[in-house]
Design a protein. Structure first.
Lengths: 176, 102
């Protein structure tokens, strides 16, 4: 059973399938928090795909920045919107179990795929032959791509200022 | 050269991109549109990383990091705008924006 799954291709296709299913669920959910749960699973599945493609640095960034920071921003925003008015009336009220069973199953199968790839010596050997280290990425970032890094920092500063300005209440001089 | 053929990576990226595009076009709730945009940006990242791993160049990952910063800035501005939209119209429906002037 496990031997049948122990090749990089099979694990990649499993993670890709999970990413596609989770993304479809994101688009078709009624409730925002449930869609957010599926979005986390989708991002984690894509991170496993990155790992299997030989980019562990990108996989780590995907988990830390996307699933860690951006999704938390979404959660904060949803909490600020207040779930009482137009979202929760579509949500199933008393199906406590069924809400989290779907994302949990997808996340557990991702974990199994990752554990198989970590456990199998042949896969590890294949992966280490094709890996692109973070050192190469860093050298490239601060060499030929230095201008792009500067522009990205300007973009982040613009995002910070715009977020501060737009989110101010009307009483404190904010206006749209 | 990795074990995964580039065609399959690009097919995955296309499917994810179309799912996200479908979400942006079909959904009326702006929060879901932002989430679908995340899925689309993620699909582009898959394409970049796949190409970078096939040619064994780090450029793909550099582009992915730039996409990541773009996504962070976009989400910050987008969610701040959504907070304003919610305060003004008490709804996240994108059709409410057609009532706004200026």
């Amino acid at each position: 059973m496990i031997a049948a799954f122990s090749s990089i291709e099979t694990l990649f296709y499993l993670a890709a399938l999970i990413a596609i299913i989770a993304s479809l669920k994101v688009v078709t959910q009624k409730n925002t928090v449930h869609a957010l749960l599926y979005l986390v699973v989708s991002l984690l599945a894509v991170a496993v795909c990155f790992y299997l493609m030989g980019a562990p640095f990108a996989a780590g960034l995907e988990v830390i920045v996307y699933a860690g920071a951006i999704l938390v921003l979404f959660v904060f925003a949803i909490m600020m919107f207040g779930l009482k008015d137009d979202e929760t009336k579509y949500a199933p009220q008393s199906k406590g179990l069924t809400i989290w069973v779907g994302p949990c199953l997808l996340a557990i199968s991702l974990l199994i795929a990752l554990l198989i790839s970590l456990d199998n010596a042949e896969i590890q050997h294949q992966l280490s032959a094709t890996v692109i280290s973070s050192k190469e990425v860093g050298i490239l970032l601060y060499g030929p791509y230095l201008l792009a890094v500067e522009i990205a920092s300007f973009l982040l500063l613009a995002g910070l200022i715009a977020g501060y300005h737009y989110a101010k209440p009307d009483a404190q001089g904010g206006h749209l | 050269m990795t074990a995964i053929p580039l065609e399959h990576v690009l097919i995955l990226a296309c499917i994810l991109f179309y799912i996200g595009f479908f979400g942006v076009v079909v959904r009326k709730n702006t929060l879901f549109m932002l989430m679908s945009l995340e899925v689309m940006l993620n699909a582009v990242g898959v394409a970049f990383i796949g190409a970078g791993s096939v040619w064994q160049q780090a450029d793909g990952q550099v582009m992915f990091i730039l996409i990541l910063t773009l996504a962070a800035a976009e989400v910050a501005v987008g969610l701040a705008l959504l907070i304003r939209l919610q305060q003004r119209f008490k709804s996240l429906d994108i059709d409410c924006l057609s009532q706004s002037k200026g």
